[in-house]
Write a protein that binds this ligand. Structure first.
Ligand code: SAM
Ligand code: SF4
Length: 444
């Protein structure tokens, strides 16, 4: 189907979850555009595509809520189609639930490239199409993609995960770990730099194990060294690092890199050794603290951020205190905090000692309070410093101001002209608050 823009059917894509899903959505948009569709607001859409997340129950609930809303729209709009993909689609119980729920196509994370074909089958008269691969095929390079506009772009370096943390659904929805060829990654980075992007974030569930078990000769440190030489870029970021696989060579590479930002997202998840063991994380709090010391010693000014879970099955008050204690010892620049959410099919689902919701809520509140205090202290300590920020664009809270990020990933709000977008500039920090940092361009 190739039509002129005005007559092209409109699609609207709803994206939930992590950066991987954002990147997948760029590919879904690219595939649909190539197939003759055009992006439109939800109310005008002939096709609504859900790209879903299943990492926590709350993420799934959000999707079901929206699906109800979209179905209402569909009832008043004959011929409207709903396609449902992403991580939730990889879960057989979810697919069962979707039967008779107005969804026309269900497609998974391993076969999103098939969406245009599935749409053709639907238009040829097939009824509800459920096409979810339970295994991944070869990595497909060169799929079309409509990148979101801006200064920064995401590049996948690997897919899936082999770690099987006992709480986590990702290895089931994203499959086994597999790495892209280094040459393809560097080529994509070069193309993005040539297209004007200034910052690239390399994505993987566990970037530190890049290349492992593949014919790939590069490890992650080697890939970063090559990435650092791509001309035209200002900054390179990467996520997520796993504490068990963070090698000395990798730390030294980050320290030596010119564009490699000194920010490492290295989730701790919990501060108690017995909980870490039951989570199957493969490290202890002592190992993590050693790692933090090493990173701070070798990478001057390194910022460290984390994901943390409260209320994992069996977490006692003493275990939780261990997490609070780690917050004080490490002093994370940022932390994403979550209540444990039981996921069907994971090992922790069968753990008998699940924690009551009220206890989880109360612990999450205490954890956040502590982290907010630490963030405020860290942000206040920046006051008076002049830092290089890469200007992202207008501030979301105040479009008259601009925002940019420091190399350490702190967001700074300041006044400036739009021609600064995409440029690295020096900004003097004037006020560090809990949730925001303000600055001004120094007068020469
Ligand atoms: N691969 C990354 C890692 O290991 O750090 C992160 C993947 S996951 C999409 C992002 C975060 O969600 C995890 O770091 C963890 O803190 C959180 N998470 C995963 N499963 C969870 C669950 N069942 N309940 C609550 N939080 C969960
Ligand atoms: Fe999930 Fe653990 Fe893999 Fe991260 S490393 S995606 S938390 S299984």
């Amino acid at each position: 189907m190739h039509q002129s823009d005005s007559s092209a059917p409109g699609f609207h894509l709803l994206t939930y979850g992590c950066q991987m899903n954002s990147r997948d959505s760029e590919i879904i948009s690219g595939l649909l555009t190539q197939a003759g569709y055009k992006a439109v607001p939800l109310a005008e859409a002939q096709l609504v595509v859900f790209n879903t997340c299943s990492v926590r129950h709350s993420a799934e609930n959000k999707v079901y809520g929206k699906l109800g809303e979209v179905n209402k729209l569909k009832r008043g709009k004959p011929g409207m189609m709903i396609a449902f993909g992403g991580c939730m689609a990889q879960i057989p119980e979810v697919v069962q639930k979707l039967k008779g729920k107005g969804v026309d196509i269900v497609f998974g994370t391993h076969n999103l490239h098939q969406l245009p074909l599935l749409l053709e089958r639907l238009q040829a008269g097939e009824k509800q199409i459920l096409e979810v691969w339970d295994q991944h095929g070869e990595i497909i390079e060169d799929l079309p993609s409509t990148r979101r506009e801006g200064v920064s772009a995401f590049v996948n370096i690997m897919y899936g995960c082999n770690n099987f943390c006992s709480y986590c659904i990702v290895p089931y929805t994203r499959g086994r770990e597999r790495s892209r060829n280094g040459r393809d990654i560097i080529r994509e980075m070069e193309e993005l730099a040539a297209a004007g992007f200034k910052e690239i974030t390399l994505l993987g569930q566990n970037v530190n194990s890049y290349g492992r078990g593949a014919s790939e000769i590069l490890d992650f440190a080697g890939l970063l060294q090559q990435a650092d030489r791509v001309p035209g870029l200002e900054r390179i970021r990467f996520m997520t690092s796993h504490p068990k696989d963070m090698s000395d060579a990798l730390i030294d590479t980050i320290a030596a890199g010119e564009k490699l930002c000194e920010h490492i997202h290295v989730p701790l998840q919990a501060g108690s050794n017995s909980i870490l063991k039951r989570m199957n994380r493969g490290y202890t709090r002592e190992h993590y603290l050693e790692l933090v010391d090493k990173m701070r010693e070798r990478i001057p000014g390194a910022a460290i951020s984390s994901d943390l879970i409260v209320g994992f099955p069996g977490e006692s008050e003493a275990d939780f205190q261990d997490t609070l204690d780690m917050l004080e010892r490490v002093r994370f620049d940022a932390a994403f905090t979550f209540m444990y959410s039981v996921r069907t099919g994971t090992r922790a689902e069968s753990f008998a000692d699940q924690i009551e919701l009220s206890v989880k809520q109360e612990r999450l509140m205490r954890l956040n309070q502590k982290q907010y205090g630490i963030a405020l202290e860290i942000n206040r300590a920046l006051e008076g410093q002049t830092l290089e920020i890469l200007v992202d664009g207008p501030s979301k809270t105040n479009p008259d101001r601009l925002t940019g990020r420091t190399r350490t990933n702190h967001i700074v709000i300041f006044s400036g002209t739009k021609d600064l977008i995409g440029k690295p500039i020096n900004v003097k920090i004037t006020a560090g608050k809990t949730f925001s940092i303000f600055g001004e361009i120094p007068v020469e």
